[in-house]
Design a protein around this ligand. Sequence first.
Ligand SMILES: CC(C)(COP(=O)(O)OP(=O)(O)OC[C@H]1O[C@@H](n2cnc3c(N)ncnc32)[C@H](O)[C@@H]1OP(=O)(O)O)[C@@H](O)C(=O)NCCC(=O)NCCS
Length: 162
Amino acid sequence: MINDTDVEKLFINYKTLEQFKRFKEYGNQELSMIEDLQNNIVENNSESPFYGIYFGDNLIARMSLYKVKAKYDNYFNPPQEYLELWKLEVLPDHRGEGYGKRMVDFAKSFNLPIKTNPRIKSHGFWEKMGFQKAKYEMERDLGENPLIWLPKGVSEKTSDNS
Ligand SMILES: CC(C)(COP(=O)(O)OP(=O)(O)OC[C@H]1O[C@@H](n2cnc3c(N)ncnc32)[C@H](O)[C@@H]1OP(=O)(O)O)[C@@H](O)C(=O)NCCC(=O)NCCS
């Protein structure tokens, strides 16, 4: 069941960073955010690439969204600004309650193409969200298996249209 919770932009502060510790995909990105805060490189409550859903005081879902500039686009036709989505994760107690879908719908609401590099076990979820496998190009994708989502009017870059 969905409660009255919304996707919100997460700001860099000690409260958010404490909540991040509960997520499995916790690593360099989070640690460098803590360091930047401790060393006053970023201010309390500065912008972060993270969005999340709070359930009461607890962050139960989060993801990172980063806008990639059109000049770096190697996935879409015509080449354009797109979103890179990573670290989508819903805490185990709240999986299967629609929060993952809510997060992805939020990302789609920017109406930009989206690229993600999913965990192997989550392919069924991404398929349901309307994502498709990007045609694998070794030099571009190397060890990744990217999935993409195309808004209306956008197609995948192929060797014919690039
Ligand atoms: C994958 C994940 C983000 C999905 O979030 P969730 O909140 O559990 O998913 P939702 O409840 O929004 O599910 C939306 C739909 O996808 C389906 N679904 C969810 N996970 C699925 C899976 N692994 N395989 C197939 N379908 C799946 C649901 O059944 C639901 O379908 P419905 O609309 O027909 O009922 C979550 O399970 C998770 O955090 N997993 C661990 C981390 C992970 O794998 N992240 C992936 C990105 S790296």
